[in-house]
Ligand binder design. Structure first.
Ligand SMILES: [Zn+2]
Ligand SMILES: [Zn+2]
Length: 268
């Protein structure tokens, strides 16, 4: 975590599954194997995939198919990791495949239409997609010993239809996108990148409780930011009908930088 949080404000999960409370005996993949395989051809691991100097200092760049960083610590039980979240995983797979194949279209539109991805039952499948993201975020929160609010679990359990506490947003990191294209076109390196930011924690004014925790993770140029506010009763992905906004941005440090100047191969 970014700042040191007093030990008494952290939650001891005592080796139990953060979702159901049984023994946590399963290591969830941080990134789905299909994402890893799709984005990293074998030789891309050796050459190092996307490297963005300076701007990446706050990102953890994940390297190597066998990296331990690709799995969470044991914070879930096998049943929650598999059966209970199967539908979430399936919706995520469909979503990720669409983002991958329609990247040009999505960048220029600045949004995606969930009905175009999921068809008639897009609403239910979008809810499952959000549950996939929530599960990912919860594994990270549990790893960092942040107590997960009960309302978030109610949403995962289907006992409440809306997601409280945890707001999420998606965006497109244009610098990563340009670097990927540069490495491919100039250096013949075909690959993708997986990103994981640290948790940033805000305490309340008397420093007696965690107020909110936020972070992000990314696959190639797509980033999902999340913020878990312990008091808030609202959350979720902001949808306008079936439209999910996906605005593009450049990290501040790379705003006026030609991507060639940020390339480690062009500037050894
Ligand atoms: Zn469980
Ligand atoms: Zn270069």
């Amino acid at each position: 975590m970014e700042i040191s949080v007093p030990n008494e404000l952290l939650h001891d999960y005592q080796g139990k599954c953060w979702w159901c409370g049984n023994t946590a005996d399963s290591r969830e993949h941080r990134y789905k194997k299909s994402d890893v395989v799709r984005n990293f051809q074998k030789d891309a691991w050796k050459t190092g995939v996307v490297r963005v100097k300076d701007a990446s200092s706050r990102e953890e760049y994940i390297q190597g198919a066998n990296s331990g960083k690709l799995k969470f610590a044991k914070v879930l039980c096998a049943r929650c990791n598999n059966e209970r979240s199967q539908a979430f995983d399936r919706s995520y797979d469909v979503f990720a495949e669409y983002l991958h194949t329609e990247e040009e279209l999505i960048v220029s539109a600045g949004e995606v239409r969930m009905s175009a991805i999921f068809g008639a039952n897009w609403s239910e499948r979008t809810s499952d997609l959000q549950k996939y993201f929530v599960k990912h975020a919860c594994c990270r929160l549990a790893e960092d010993r942040v107590r997960i609010p009960g309302g978030v679990l109610d949403f995962l359990n289907g006992t409440r239809p809306d997601l409280p506490h945890m707001s999420m947003e998606m965006s497109i990191n244009l610098s990563v996108r340009e670097m990927t294209a540069h490495l491919r076109d100039v250096h013949g390196i075909h690959g993708g990148s997986l990103w994981s930011g640290p948790h940033q924690v805000w305490l309340n004014s008397t420093k007696t409780a965690i107020e909110s925790v936020n972070s992000h993770f990314g696959i190639n140029c797509y980033f999902l930011g999340y913020s878990c506010d312990m008091q808030s009763n609202t959350g979720g992905l902001p949808l306008d009908g079936d439209r999910l906004e996906m605005p593009s941005y450049r990290p501040e440090a790379l705003e006026d930088v030609d991507i060639r100047d940020a390339c480690q191969d062009c500037n050894p």
